[in-house]
Design a protein around this ligand. Structure first.
Ligand SMILES: NC(=O)c1ccc[n+]([C@@H]2O[C@H](COP(=O)([O-])OP(=O)(O)OC[C@H]3O[C@@H](n4cnc5c(N)ncnc54)[C@H](O)[C@@H]3O)[C@@H](O)[C@H]2O)c1
Length: 362
């Protein structure tokens, strides 16, 4: 028994990587019902546990009919829907707006009438507030200033979600807690999940699953800008525990980093993954990505440790080992998802992934 036992919980974006891990963790508490709303834009149906306690509504949270059908009997809401990720949003800012900004606004417009909600948890992104620096990074605190010059529509949408969270809390008393994730990795992140979103980032998603997949296939890992950029990698079980603590213990209106506090360079990540998988291919060094100005960053863990009692528990090497094992076991699923996008891919990438002898398109 815990705070989620016998509760009714809405998870928007619950078919996604983090959302589906959260749903599985919540199920352990025997909730009364978990309702998942997800349009499967960057997720696979197979990620949603097929158990009686989970009700899946396929569609967008911006759909008025879906919103109207959600009654005022939820105890907790977790809002994880997003237009994944930076590069897709640069390719199609309007789709990002529709699935990353409007989603939050329309959800909150509906929730503002709900009376029994104990907490709404909004998934925000540490990359939006992190200082843009390739020099020495300092742990980003929750009250760090936010730049008006962000790198992508994705980041703009994530911070607009925080603005709306603050507005609906202040104006309507909506008990929103904002969780700023660092770079999450772990089992359940399926490369190529969902629909084509305009660039090969549909397949590659984040750096860790990309490196692991490529390493298992003995492909070279591509490392930009010498791999000097750093990230704060956090294992998905830790993020899920942090989200649940935000719901049970977080102060409404508050914001918390969910971070490991450990800074790891991309070069280090690539080297470790190559070692753990025995990938013999040498690293493929490439120039810096034009759009990406966020060099070195990691999150401060002070506030969430003090106020939520949250600390990341899974050491990096252990998390990588588990993720590699999951990827190995799930290669057929991952490859079938990658394959869905075959005809959209540039010839060079299609040849690398599928060994296509001749281009499909001229
Ligand atoms: N994974 C990370 O490293 C990371 C880092 C920072 C922040 N976040 C945030 O955490 C949340 C979850 O990220 P994730 O990595 O699980 O991504 P994900 O893409 O796996 O999950 C997002 C989910 O939202 C769904 N979705 C998209 N548009 C929707 C809509 N209109 N209505 C309903 N559902 C919709 C997608 O189909 C998907 O299931 C996101 O809000 C993301 O911005 C993630």
């Amino acid at each position: 028994m815990n705070e989620f036992t016998d509760q009714k919980i809405l998870v928007v974006g619950g078919a996604g990587f983090v959302g589906s891990n959260l749903v599985r963790a919540l199920l352990l508490a025997s909730p009364r019902e978990i309702v998942v709303v997800d349009n499967l834009l960057s997720a696979e149906r197979v990620n949603i546990p097929a158990v009686p306690a989970v009700t899946f509504i396929e569609g967008s949270i911006t759909d008025d009919k879906i919103l109207a059908a959600l009654g005022d009997d939820f105890d907790y809401v977790f809002h994880l829907a997003t237009y994944h990720g930076n590069q897709s949003s640069i390719h199609d800012p309007l789709a990002d707006h529709e699935n990353n900004t409007l989603t939050t606004l329309k959800l909150y417009e509906r929730l503002k009438y709900f009376k029994r909600l104990k907490k709404v948890v909004y998934s925000s992104a540490g990359c939006t507030v992190a200082e843009k620096t390739f020099a020495e990074a300092h742990a980003t605190q929750e009250d760090a200033p936010v730049s008006l010059y962000l790198d992508s529509p994705y980041q703009i949408s994530k911070i607009i979600g925080e603005f709306y969270s603050n507005y609906y809390f202040t104006q309507h008393g909506l008990p929103v807690v904002k969780a700023r994730f660092q770079n999450v990795y772990g089992p359940g992140e399926i490369l190529g999940a969902g629909q084509w979103r305009g660039t090969p980032a549909t397949i590659w998603r984040n750096v860790t699953p990309t490196f692991i997949y490529r390493a298992l296939k003995q492909m070279p890992l591509t490392v930009e800008n010498g791999g000097i950029a750093t990230r704060d990698f956090i294992y998905v079980d830790d993020i899920v525990r942090g989200l649940m603590l935000c719901a049970t213990t977080g102060t409404p209106g508050g914001v918390y980093n969910l971070a490991s506090g450990v800074e790891i360079s991309i070069l280090e990540l690539a080297t470790q993954i190559n070692q753990l998988t025995g990938n013999p291919a040498p690293l493929d060094f490439r120039p810096k990505r034009e759009w990406d100005h966020s060099g070195k960053r990691f999150g401060s863990t002070d506030k969430s440790r003090k106020e939520l009692g949250f600390e990341a528990q899974v050491p990096f090497q252990e998390g990588l080992t588990r993720t590699i094992a999951w990827t190995r076991q799930n290669l057929p699923l991952i490859e079938s998802c990658i394959k869905k996008h075959e005809t959209h891919l540039p010839d060079e990438l299609r040849a690398i992934l599928f060994g296509a002898a001749a281009p499909l398109r001229g």
